[in-house]
Design a protein around this ligand. Structure first.
Ligand code: ADP
Ligand code: MG
Length: 766
């Protein structure tokens, strides 16, 4: 069944070549117990490794069932070892960190047997070698003889045709040796057993054939076997492969024996993960907080469309750069000359004139009323309001001091921002409401504008409530002179107070800015009914003086020539020109704001730059800027914590390499059992993956626990910031994956070193 033809094996030691096998030719029968006898260094182990496919011959041939092995590839040898060969070593070579049972099972897992089959078979074999009571012990809990029995059971596991035993009793006392040899003798009844020994009496007592070996040459053979190569074999072995699950299991049990080291390694690996997780949790929390702020508070800020707008893009384009003497010419910095250059500042292009044309205003009317609380048009129309002072004299209310704020008629919005202290909201054009601040204060200048003394400490509500003013329409403020065709302003307050077209305005309520109000932009003063402004605009456009000024390029009051821009301002202040100065749209909520900006953007679609309507979303500018800063800072911090990820990865690589060194013998054993190189690297990759997984999980876990004290500290420092740091779920999975990935990469080189180890050299290591 096995034939060796002139096998030569030489080892190179430097330039010297040591001949270990020097032309060995020998044949073996299918069933026999062969003892190879020879002094130390005669080449016995080399011969056995050669037969077992662990080592390669330099020349000659090894024929298995008549088939030459000269063209055998690595995988053929792996499969041959796994299926046809069982090794028994002098020093047992058991894997110390797994149980007796697992040791026997390992060879079976390589041949892809099911778990229950494996278990059953291993138990049967352990029973056969008399170790049924010790299956859960670790190898180092057994005596030498017991360990060799485990090794024999393992060698028999795959039911190989050939058992190769290298001085199996070399480290066992003679009493036990006899028992072991009897066991091997039994096995040899239906197998080929080749046993190496230097004990001649033992060899002669138990073996059926004794071959003498000296200096790599066969010197004697008690029962030579001649064959004529007639027996052409049907040699076919299944491929061997270790399931990844098995590799994981093996790595797991190895790591379990080194709990402390594994824990330290995983901890080191987790530091970077903790850092990244915390940074992510904080930036996540801050961005969430900003979003919430924008949605709740800042959303109430109006979208603003101003006649004179600032184009942020233009400002950015213009930003910085050296000043130009004229367009295009650039100055040199710190020139070494005795010259002075006059230069012109570039024109201020940042302004954009929004044409708030009737077309745009009509377009705005198409905006879904559900999306906003209030749309306020602000005009530069002067309000001429007169009232009777407590002294009985008529006087103009100083409207420059009294803020006629925008009307806020949306009930919900009004309710959110104001509390009515007395009276009610204006219900028609004739009604006003007075707004005071959160301390019930009213600015002295406003008090004085009412003709009241600011020296008095407190006024009752009735000092303001029910007060009536006269709003004088445009034409009523002038008398027309038919002869000159000019208009003269009326200055007598009593006359103005009693003009027929006056609009009486009565304060019907007093409201205070509420606690939940965005007090920054809600100013105190008088708020009027929204229908008042259209009424004034309408009146102004139909007024005599308005028509006259519109038609004339000179001043209709003085009769002198008028600058065009002054004329425009005049028309706006009178309300003859109905173009608003500013439009404020108070969005209903955050989503509605999106809808509004989309609607405004749609207006600009396909328009030239100068025809576009630019709006200001102050809240968005603030939040964008803030979250940009947070993201930037987060990147820097993540970069820093990534350094510790790299450091820990390198460390894990080194530790894996140490593990490779420690487990060299195990690598040899696995190879002798038929494990492929890939299986070996798998074992180590599985190990680093496990460490990486633990590092990732514990890193995220520790980071999660740390968010509690961090959040407590933040909540202590900043009101309303509860549970700020929250690790995003995606980061949890992402970081564990990154950790597994990094440590696996770190372990690739050591695992490759492990896979490349020569099994023969590996087995010789003690
Ligand atoms: P035995 O098992 O009979 O004691 P070996 O087969 O181990 O002998 O060794 C045979 C000869 O080959 C010895 O001289 C030994 O020094 C040499 N040898 C074995 N393995 C190696 C090796 N890996 N490198 C160099 N020399 C070796
Ligand atoms: Mg030897």
């Amino acid at each position: 069944m096995l034939e060796l033809h002139d096998v030569v094996k030489k080892y190179a030691i430097g330039t010297f070549r040591q001949t270990a096998l020097d032309g060995v030719s020998v044949n073996f029968r299918r069933h026999e117990f062969v003892a190879i006898l020879g002094p130390s260094g005669s080449g016995k182990t080399t011969l056995l490794n050669m037969i077992g496919g662990l080592d390669r011959y330099d020349s000659g041939d090894l024929r298995i069932d008549g088939k030459s092995t000269r063209d055998f590839k690595d995988k053929d040898w792996d499969s041959y070892r796994n299926h046809a060969i069982g090794f028994v070593f002098q020093n047992y070579n058991l894997i110390s960190h797994v149980s007796v049972l697992a040791n026997v099972e390992i060879g079976l897992t390589l041949s892809g047997m099911s778990l229950s089959e494996r278990r059953e078979r291993a138990l049967r074999l352990l029973e056969r070698v008399g170790l049924s009571d010790h299956i859960h012990k670790k190898p180092n809990q057994l005596s030498g003889g017991q360990m060799q029995r485990v090794a024999i059971a393992r060698a028999l596991a795959n039911d190989p045709d050939i058992i190769l035993a290298d001085e199996p009793t070399g480290a066992i006392d003679s009493e036990t040796s006899h028992q072991i040899l009897k066991l091997i003798q039994e096995i040899a009844e239906d197998k080929l057993v080749i046993m190496v020994t230097h004990d001649a009496t033992m060899a002669k007592k138990y073996a059926s054939r004794v071959i003498g070996l000296q200096d790599g040459k066969i010197t004697s053979d008690t029962d030579p076997y001649e064959t004529n190569n007639g027996n052409q074999g049907r040699l076919s072995f299944k491929g061997t492969a270790m399931a990844f699950a098995q590799a994981l299991k093996l790595s797991f049990s190895n790591l379990r024996t080194k709990k402390f080291r594994t824990a330290i390694t995983a901890f080191a690996g987790s530091i970077g993960i903790i850092g990244v997780a915390l940074v992510l949790s904080l930036s996540n929390g801050l961005n969430r907080e900003i979003d919430r702020l924008e949605q709740s508070t800042l959303a109430a800020f109006p979208l603003q469309v101003d006649r004179v707008a600032f184009n942020v893009d233009i400002i950015r384009q213009q930003g910085g750069g050296p000043p130009r003497r004229v367009a295009g010419e650039v100055f040199e910095r710190f020139p070494d000359v005795d010259e002075i250059y006059p230069y012109e500042l570039p024109p201020f292009e940042a302004e954009h004139i929004n044409d708030l044309s009737p077309e745009f205003l009509t377009y705005l009317e198409g905006l879904d009323p559900e999306t906003y609380h209030e749309m306020t048009m602000r005009y530069s129309v002067d309000k001429h309001v007169y009232h009777t002072l407590p002294s009985g004299l008529a006087a103009r209310l100083n409207t420059g001091r009294v803020n006629f704020g925008p009307t806020l008629m949306d009930d919900a919005f009004f309710g959110d921002n104001y509390d009515i202290l007395s009276g009610r909201q204006p219900e028609n054009v004739n009604e006003l409401i007075l707004i005071i601040d959160e301390y019930n204060r009213l600015e002295a200048s406003i008090v004085q504008a009412f003709g009241l003394s600011a020296e008095i400490e407190a006024y009752g509500f009735d000092a303001f409530l029910g007060k009536t003013f006269q709003l004088i329409t445009l034409d009523d403020r002038f008398t027309y002179n038919e002869t000159t065709g000019l208009f003269t302003p009326i200055t007598d307050a009593d006359v103005l107070m009693n003009q027929p077209d006056n609009i009486p305005l009565t304060i019907v309520g007093i409201a205070r800015v509420s606690e939940s109000a965005i007090s920054d932009f809600l100013t105190t003063g008088l708020k009027f009914h929204p229908d008042l402004t259209p009424l004034l605009l309408d009146d102004a456009q139909n007024s005599q003086i308005g028509q006259a000024q519109k038609a004339s390029s000179s001043d209709v009051i003085s009769g002198t020539a008028m600058d065009e821009s002054l004329r425009r301002i005049q028309l706006q202040r009178w309300g003859v020109d109905p173009t608003p100065r500013q439009i404020l749209i108070y969005p209903a909520d955050y989503a509605a704001k999106q809808a509004i900006t989309d609607y405004l953007d749609a207006f600009n679609e396909g328009k030239d730059d100068e025809d576009r309507i630019l709006y200001t979303d102050l809240a968005a500018i603030v939040t964008e800027l803030t979250s940009d800063i947070i993201t930037g800072v987060a990147y820097v911090l993540i970069a820093f914590s990534s350094i510790s990820l790299v450091v820990s990865s390198v460390m894990i690589g080194i530790i894996t390499y140490v593990s490779v060194l420690e487990r060299t013998k195990e690598i040899g054993v696995l190879r002798s059992l038929g494990a492929r190189k890939r299986d070996i690297s798998r074992v180590f990759n599985a190990e680093t993956a496990i460490i990486g997984f633990f590092a990732g999980v514990s890193g995220v876990g520790v980071a999660y626990l740390l968010t509690f004290p961090i959040n407590a500290i933040i909540a202590n420092l900043v009101d309303d910031l509860n549970r700020l740091a929250v690790i995003p779920l995606a980061a949890v999975f992402g970081l564990v994956a990154i950790s597994v990935m990094l440590t696996t990469i770190a372990g690739l080189i050591p695992s490759r070193i492990a896979a490349r180890k020569d099994p023969v050299v590996a087995l010789r290591v003690d």
